[in-house]
Design a protein around this ligand. Structure first.
Ligand code: S6P
Ligand code: ZN
Length: 190
């Protein structure tokens, strides 16, 4: 990829985030995952198919300022997860381990409410609340998934090692130990 240089080094840069909408103004990479990208992830496959048939709404978007994916660089961006349920299960991201499993990540929640679910290969589990102003530190070895339990988009700024990569396959086969539901208006993790 082309990066701006000053002398021998990558040039420092700055960018703006529209905190209200959760959009990086000059993003370089944009990932959009619709309901149809989420087949196999929710407990109620029939409810997901109904949602897809009703118009296949966007589940989440990721905006990144990409940098070369090499040791030392940091990838930064915004994750915007829309509110909604599949059956009674709250909208969520696919979730992943990092391919380079000894790399961590930091999330700063800018708006909305939900959880960051985390799990390890050994079956350890953690669910930390996400709300505006909350920083969640994801240590190395922990897979992570965002879940939106509120009525507004769950918007988070994230920073991770640029060489981390994403391992989705293991989550597709392992699942995430616990799921988050809205039952009669109450959020339950079970
Ligand atoms: C990347 C970071 C986030 C997620 C994003 C979407 O390491 O954790 O940018 O990619 O929240 O989730 P997922 O699981 O579909 O990549
Ligand atoms: Zn990650």
């Amino acid at each position: 990829m082309n990066v701006e240089m000053i002398g021998n080094y990558m040039a420092p840069f700055a960018f703006d985030v529209d905190v209200a909408t959760g959009i990086i103004k000059d993003y370089k990479n944009h990932v959009v995952r619709k309901a149809s990208s989420m087949r196999g992830y929710y407990a109620d496959a029939g409810a997901l198919e109904a949602l897809i048939a009703e118009g296949d709404p966007i589940h989440y978007e990721v905006f990144e300022r990409t940098v070369p994916e090499v040791y030392g660089n940091l990838m930064v961006g915004i994750s915007k997860l829309y509110p909604g349920v599949v059956g009674q299960e709250c909208f969520m991201t696919k979730g992943h381990y990092h391919q380079v499993i000894q790399t961590g990540e930091v999330y700063l929640c800018l708006g909305g409410s939900g959880y960051l679910l985390m799990k390890t290969k050994e079956g350890d589990f953690s669910a930390l609340p996400m709300e505006r102003g909350k920083v969640v530190y994801v240590p190395p070895s922990w897979a992570h998934r965002s879940v939106n339990c509120g009525d507004d988009p769950l918007v988070s700024f994230f920073v991770y090692n640029a060489e981390s990569g994403h391992n989705y396959g293991d989550i597709e086969t392992e699942g995430f130990i616990k799921r988050v539901y809205k039952r009669a208006g109450a959020v339950v993790i079970e």
